[in-house]
Design a protein around this ligand. Structure first.
Ligand code: USQ
Length: 395
């Protein structure tokens, strides 16, 4: 069984990824320090439903499927934790069989503070974001250099690295001709939050490690993800992923569906022309799996834009209003003063063919998919707290 190490295995994407690979015959180890849960508690952001601990979830998974997901609770910004995962000296917090799985064939790196608003609450949260995200990535690069240069890394980057330039966005790289000479460089990057800036810095750290030590890395520039259920979570309600609808950790589509259900006018920021590339959580799993099956070459930093379609904030609000009204909700749309500093009307034309070329089949945000999300969220309506939906964290 191929060993997959998932860094950040307790988060919105990490836990569904762990079940997905476990169900498909991989030997999975997850590592997490409960950053997301602790931050949700500290900042009192609420969640759609309580989520069992990682150990409880791995135990439920084992009982239901007979498959083991090994769990390590540890802070990956501590280099010794990452190194021990490669050296075989790690102490598992939970596993059914105590045997070390050996060097990972692939590392999936999700272990980052993922929220733009969190990174701009104040200097303290900015520093937590910078130190966690950069140290984890750097610790991973050195562990690979020292113990396992052939391990393929799949890192979740962000489309936000590119910002919203007035030219077409390529997949990671740009051919440049200057004074009659040609070369290929990382596509120019200009993020509009400190969180997104750490992802630019991650790409730079990984590109350095690839050039110096011939590592093999795939960096997936992902857009905002939506969705709750995955094929693997439907066997038990307690296996559902962490679902946030608050201003800090919730992303726009998930937030708007929750807002529609509790009759909270949809919080479109500013003019609502902000356009991004979106994807279903199930397509995140598919993209990561397809990247894992067709790894980057040694000495290659391979970059894909991981989105399936583009929408403006207004497009999303209008679709949710239409679907919500068909379901009997009275959905209002509100244009709030934008707490973020971002272009509200801009050119946006990213390329996103690379993942399709290696076999990904896109799924789209249809009215049916939205209706399915409404029906899951509705079950937890009583838990929804209106006070956490908008607090106005300013850039
Ligand atoms: N927006 C609203 N109203 C809201 C929430 C968001 O109009 O209530 C707008 C924002 O102003 C922004 C867009 O919707 O223009 C997306 O915002 P978001 O909060 O859904 O996503 P973002 O902050 O960009 O970050 C999310 C994830 C992050 C990931 C990123 C991909 O939290 O981890 O990297 O999406 S991307 O946006 O492509 O950079």
């Amino acid at each position: 069984m191929a060993h997959i190490l998932i860094l950040g295995g307790d988060g919105y994407l990490g836990w569904p990824t762990a079940m997905y690979f476990s169900n498909r015959g991989y030997d999975v180890t997850v590592v997490d320090n409960y950053f997301r849960r602790n931050a949700c508690l500290e900042l009192d952001v609420g969640m759609l439903y309580p989520v069992p601990s990682l150990i409880e979830r791995a135990t439920i998974w084992y009982k239901k499927t007979g498959k083991e997901i090994k769990v390590v609770i540890g802070d990956l910004s501590d280099p010794e934790i990452i190194r021990s995962l490669f050296q075989g000296t790690i102490e598992y917090t939970w596993c059914a069989n105590k045997k070390f799985s050996g060097l990972p064939v692939t590392v999936l790196h999700y272990a980052e503070q993922p929220s733009a608003p969190y990174s701009l609450i104040n200097y303290k949260y900015a520093n937590i974001t910078l130190s966690n995200n950069l140290l984890v990535t750097n610790n991973l690069m050195f562990a690979l250099r020292d113990f396992s240069r052939d391990t393929h890394v799949v890192h979740i980057g962000t489309m936000g690295e590119y910002g919203t330039p007035n030219i077409d966005i390529e997949e990671g790289w740009l051919d440049i001709e200057h004074n009659g000479r040609k070369d290929k460089f990382l596509f120019p990057r200009q993020a509009s939050s400190l969180y997104h800036t750490t992802k630019i810095m991650d790409t730079d750290l990984m590109w350095f490690a690839v050039r110096m030590w011939d590592l093999c890395i795939t960096d997936l520039m992902q857009g905002p993800v939506y969705g709750i259920e995955t094929e693997d979570s439907i066997i038990d309600d307690r296996l559902k992923t962490i679902f946030n609808y608050d201003e800090i950790f919730g992303t726009i589509i998930n937030r708007f569906i929750v807002q529609a259900i509790v009759d909270y006018p949809l919080t479109v920021y500013g003019k609502g022309g902000q356009t991004r590339g979106y994807l279903n959580i199930n397509d995140t799993l598919q993209c990561v799996h397809t990247s894992e099956k067709t790894p980057a070459r040694k000495g290659e930093l391979r970059i894909f834009n991981q989105i399936m379609e583009t929408f403006s904030a207004n497009d999303i609000a209008e679709q949710i209003q239409r679907v919500g009204q068909n379901l009997g909700y009275e959905v209002k749309i509100n244009h709030l003063e934008n707490p973020r500093k971002e272009a509200e009307e801009h050119y946006y034309n990213p390329a996103y063919q690379g993942l399709i070329d290696i076999g990904v089949i896109p799924h789209y945000l249809t009215d049916d998919i939205m209706t399915g999300m409404f029906s899951v969220v509705k079950e937890f309506k009583e838990n929804i707290r209106k006070d956490v939906i908008f607090r106005g964290i300013k850039w």
